[in-house]
Write a protein that binds this ligand. Structure first.
Ligand code: GUN
Ligand code: FE
Length: 439
């Protein structure tokens, strides 16, 4: 069985091209092994049959957004606690909150609240750091299955004797690996293609070498993706240089943690040689522009990474990033790229204040949030195209108090830029994941 939607599509097949498909018929499978897969896109005038659904005049269909990096148990902390540097923020605010998720009643409430809100914001795929707790992690995966969000869900492994508090850590490297194995099995046992496990060492400072090695071996044995934080801040990057005598990328690679499908969060301080390594391994980066302003000590050089051939997507890094909307992160990605290019200190001469050729525009930012993230996570989403899953959102010109408005002077390019910068849940009228309507 198939279903056809008639709509006008706006999307970014490449980072410098806005594609507008006016009045097309998009047909996708609704049953069988290929459920959700787009099988045909053609001008509606050539379709020859009525559509099952027609988007209203003025609405546009866009690919769903891929949040490549988000900490689910930090959801209750969204919008607060950003006054401390990373190393203190973790111990004073974040680990105590994450440790509460052994309380499954609390976890149930938080997960449902978060997934519902993210879907309303257009996040059809999320790559989650869950909690260290195995049961709470499985519950998050179940919540995604039930509410229909596509997700990679990782139990957070962390055992280091000084890098973690004794009340929030794996008892030993072997128990950390065993719990991670059990988490992969529990999520796979949910038997939902849309929700898959991802092995998640928190970051090198929170993990012993034995745990990192054990998780690298486990990822290979079970063929599971990996995510972790990488060269996030001066402190974190410097800590790894001191402990291992090499960069995060080099060190993670020794443990088998850098491979195709690996998602590295932040990577603000990576070297050119790290970038080359990432490009050849197929690992990718989750650029978290807002979070980096608080914890990163630097702007991630997104154009340099893309020029080096590295896959990059966007992450909210909730709650290090204080906004749920990935479209808001698109705007932040544009803004920080301009600050990197221009520089920030007016006391320096203009021609040596910034880093030339660093800026990106809204089209490139949306591409990161869709096609880029899908490539890093190795998922067939991010573009409304035959062979990919029908993960999509519908956006319409808003009404007060929403500022999103299409005036007669707004051609397609301007309208798209406005959507990327301004669309919020009240402007997002429909959300589909794998062809399933979620509203
Ligand atoms: N590094 C290790 N854990 C975290 C975290 O929860 N958030 C961020 N931004 N960086 C981290
Ligand atoms: Fe993070």
């Amino acid at each position: 069985m198939t279903r056809t939607i008639r709509a006008t599509v706006m999307q970014t097949p490449t980072k410098d091209h806005l594609e507008v498909l006016h009045d097309v018929a998009i047909t996708y499978e609704t049953t069988g092994a290929e459920v959700g897969t787009i099988v045909e896109i053609c001008p509606f005038s050539q379709h020859g049959k009525p559509a099952n659904e027609t988007l209203p005049e003025g609405s546009v269909l866009l690919p769903g957004l891929v949040d490549l990096h988000i900490h689910a148990p930090q959801w209750p902390q969204l919008g607060t606690g950003l006054d401390l540097p990373l190393e203190r923020w973790l111990f004073e605010y974040t680990f105590p909150l994450e440790a509460r998720f052994t309380d499954l009643e609390f976890a149930t409430r938080v997960w449902a609240d978060m997934v519902t809100t993210l879907l309303a914001n257009g996040t059809t795929t999320a790559v989650y750091f869950a909690s260290q707790d195995l049961k709470a992690t499985t519950l998050l995966a179940k919540t995604c299955v039930e509410l229909g969000q596509r997700a990679l869900v990782g139990r957070v492994a962390m055992d280091h004797l000084t890098g973690t508090p004794e009340w929030y850590r794996d008892e030993s490297p072997s128990s950390g690996v065993a719990a991670s194995r059990a988490s992969v099995e529990a999520i796979r046992a949910l038997a939902c293609d849309r929700v898959q496990p991802i092995i998640t060492p928190r970051f090198i400072p929170a993990c012993s070498d034995e745990l990192l090695q054990g998780l690298g071996d486990l990822a290979a044995e079970l063929s599971v993706r990996v995510q972790t934080h990488c060269s996030e801040s001066d402190w974190e990057h410097g800590y790894v240089l001191e402990r291992h005598g090499m960069t995060d990328t080099e060190s993670l690679a020794r443990f088998g943690l850098i491979k195709a499908g690996t998602v590295l969060a932040h990577a603000d301080h990576v070297t050119d040689s790290d970038l080359q390594h990432l490009a050849s391994s197929g690992a990718g980066i989750a650029h978290c522009p807002l979070s980096n302003a608080y914890f990163g000590d630097a702007v991630f050089p997104v154009r340099r990474a893309l020029s080096a051939g590295v896959s990059v997507g966007l992450g909210t890094d909730i709650a290090g990033g204080s906004e749920a909307s990935l479209l808001a992160q698109c705007a932040h990605a544009v803004t920080v790229s301009r600050m990197l290019e221009d520089g920030v200190d007016a006391n320096k001469p203009a021609d040596s204040r910034g880093v030339a050729e660093s800026r990106i525009d809204s089209i490139a930012a949306f591409w990161l949030a869709t096609v880029g993230g899908a490539a890093v996570a190795d998922l067939p989403v991010g573009l409304i195209e035959v062979g990919r899953q029908f993960d999509a959102i519908a956006v319409r010109s808003g009404e007060p108090p929403s500022p999103l408005r299409r005036w007669d002077l707004d051609d397609d390019t301007r309208w798209f830029e406005k959507i990327v910068r301004l669309a919020r849940p009240s402007d997002i009228t429909d959300v589909w994941v794998g062809g399933q309507t979620l509203n």
